[in-house]
Design a protein around this ligand. Structure first.
Ligand code: HAM
Length: 419
C-alpha cells in the first residue's frame, strides 16, 4: 500500500465542509475590505525565498523543499507567500498601475518541519499583502482582518500580540547593544543560540532553552531603543487598533522567524492548539521588494494556518455546521425507467436543486432508505400508475404529504421546494 507522505493529509467529507465554511468566510471578509485574490505558482526559483526570507532563518536553512529540475534550475516549493506576492507585484508592475495593491490568498505551503498536532509539511494559509503604502492604518488593518476572521469563526480563546522592530537603522544600533549584553553570557548559551549570536541575534529571544531564556530575561529590549519615527508609527498602529476595539498586548520579545520585517510585527496565539500556539503572524516589510527586485515597494501583510485554526475551532466547538441534506431524491419505481429517472434528475439539477438518483440498481425500499440517509427534503417517484398517466409523485419527507404532478412540469418541483 502506498500511503500519503508524513506531514501531509487528505481532506475529504465531512471535514472538507469545514474548510469550505472557513474559506467562504475568509473570502467574504477580505472582499469587504476590498482585497483581490492573487494566485501564484506552487514553486519558484530558490533564490526568491533564500533572499526574501533570509538565509539564516529556520525556513531557509532547514525547512525548504528544494530540488533541481531537469533544466538544472534550483526550485523550491513555496514555504510562504509574501516573497512570491512581492515577486509577482514587481514582475507585473502592479505599483505602476495602482499606487496601492491589496491582495489576498488561500494556498498550500510546504515546510519540512517535524510534524505534530497543528504542524504539517504541506499546510494551508490564508493571508493578505497590501503593497504600496507606509500607512500605519494598513498595519492595523491586517491585525483587524485577522482578528475579525478568527472572532467570526467563533473562537474566544486567543490573544493578539504586537511589537515593533523599527526601521533597520534603529534595529542595527540595538543589535550592537544586545551583542554587548550577551557577550559575557556567550559560553552559557545553547549551540543554536551561539550560532544565532552571529547570524540572527534577535532570534535568541525565541529560544526554548531554559538557560537561554534566563539570560534573555534581563536583555535590553528593542522597543526601548526605537527611534522617534518608529515609535510614532507604532503609536498610530495602536490607536487604529483601539478605534476598532481590538484588544492587544505588546510583546517586546516578538521577533518572528522571517528576516524581512520592519516596524510592526504581530501574532495571534491560542491555547486551543497545543504547543503550536500561533494561529497567524505578520507584519510590515518595507525593504523586501528592494531585496528581491529593483525598487522599493513598502508592504504589510499576514498569514494564518488553516489547519491550526480549524483545530482550535474543533477544540473550542467554535462553529457547528448544519447537517448535510439534499433537495430531492429521484426514486425509480420500474426498472425500465432508468433513463427517465436520470433525465429527470438532470433537469432538476439544471433547475438548481441538489438532486440525487440511484446508480446501484437498488430496490424501491432501498432507494427510500438512501433518500432518508441523505436527509432528502423531497422524493419524486417515477413509475407505476402515475407514470402511465404522464405524471409522477412528489413526496414531502417531513410532512409525508404527496402530490401528483405532470412529468413535463418539473419546474413545479422547484417552486414547491424553493417557493
Ligand atoms: P509564518 O509565521 O511563518 O508567517 O506563518 C504564518 C502561519 O502559518 C503560522 O502562524 C501558522 O499558523 C501557519 N504555519 C506555519 N508553519 C506551519 C506548519 N508547518 N504547519 C501548519 N501551519 C503552519 C508567514 O508565513 C509570513 N509569510 C506571514 C506574513 C505575510 N508576513 C507578512 N505577510
Amino acid at each position: 500500500m502506498i500511503k500519503a507522505i508524513t506531514g501531509t493529509k487528505d481532506i475529504f467529507a465531512p471535514e472538507v465542509k469545514r474548510w469550505h465554511y472557513l474559506e467562504n468566510l475568509v473570502k467574504r471578509i477580505f472582499e469587504n475590505f476590498n482585497y483581490n485574490e492573487i494566485r501564484t505558482p506552487v514553486f519558484e526559483e530558490t533564490a526568491l525565498f533564500a533572499r526574501g526570507i533570509g538565509e539564516s532563518t529556520d525556513i531557509v536553512s532547514k525547512e525548504m523543499y528544494t530540488f533541481v529540475d531537469r533544466g538544472d534550475t534550483s526550485l523550491t516549493l513555496k514555504p510562504e507567500m509574501t516573497a512570491a506576492v512581492v515577486r509577482a507585484a514587481l514582475e507585473h508592475s502592479f505599483d505602476k498601475q495602482q499606487n496601492l495593491n491589496k491582495l489576498y490568498y488561500i494556498s498550500p505551503m510546504f515546510r519540512q518541519e517535524r510534524p505534530q498536532a497543528g504542524r504539517f509539511r504541506q499546510f494551508h494559509q490564508f493571508g493578505a499583502e497590501a503593497l504600496g503604502s507606509e500607512s500605519p492604518a494598513l498595519d492595523a488593518e491586517m491585525i483587524i482582518i485577522a482578528h475579525d476572521i478568527i472572532a467570526e469563526l467563533g473562537l474566544k480563546n486567543f490573544k493578539v500580540k504586537i511589537n515593533s522592530l523599527g526601521i533597520p537603522a534603529s534595529r542595527e544600533n540595538y543589535k550592537a547593544k544586545l551583542k554587548e549584553y550577551l557577550e559575557p553570557h556567550f559560553d552559557k548559551l545553547s549551540d543554536d543560540s551561539k550560532k544565532r549570536f552571529n547570524s540572527n541575534i534577535l532570534r535568541i529571544f525565541d529560544s526554548k532553552d531554559e538557560t537561554d531564556q534566563k539570560v534573555m530575561k534581563d536583555a535590553p529590549l528593542l522597543i526601548e531603543h526605537l527611534d522617534d519615527e518608529s515609535l510614532i508609527h507604532f503609536d498610530e498602529v495602536k490607536k487604529y487598533l483601539m478605534s476598532a476595539n481590538v484588544n492587544f498586548e505588546i510583546d517586546p520579545k516578538l521577533v518572528r522567524g522571517l528576516d524581512y520585517y520592519t516596524h510592526t510585527t504581530f501574532e495571534i496565539i491560542s491555547d486551543s492548539v497545543g504547543s503550536q500556539s500561533a494561529l497567524c503572524g505578520g507584519g510590515r516589510y518595507n525593504k523586501l521588494a528592494a531585496e528581491i527586485g529593483d525598487r522599493d515597494i513598502p508592504g504589510v501583510g499576514f498569514a494564518a494556518g488553516i489547519e491550526r485554526i480549524l483545530l482550535a475551532c474543533e477544540n473550542e466547538n467554535a462553529f457547528q455546521l448544519e447537517e448535510d441534506s439534499i433537495d430531492v431524491y429521484v426514486v425509480r419505481i420500474d426498472k425500465d425507467l432508468n433513463q427517465k429517472a436520470y433525465q429527470s434528475a438532470y433537469q432538476l439539477r439544471k433547475l438548481g436543486l441538489l438532486t440525487e438518483v440511484d446508480y446501484l440498481s437498488r430496490s424501491v425500499k432501498a432507494q427510500m432508505r438512501e433518500a432518508n440517509k441523505l436527509n432528502s427534503k423531497y422524493v419524486i417517484m417515477i413509475g407505476g400508475d402515475e407514470f402511465q398517466k404522464g405524471n409522477f409523485l412528489l413526496k414531502n419527507m417531513k410532512t409525508s404529504e404527496q402530490e401528483e404532478l405532470s412529468i413535463n412540469n418539473l419546474e413545479k418541483v422547484y417552486t414547491r421546494i424553493r417557493g
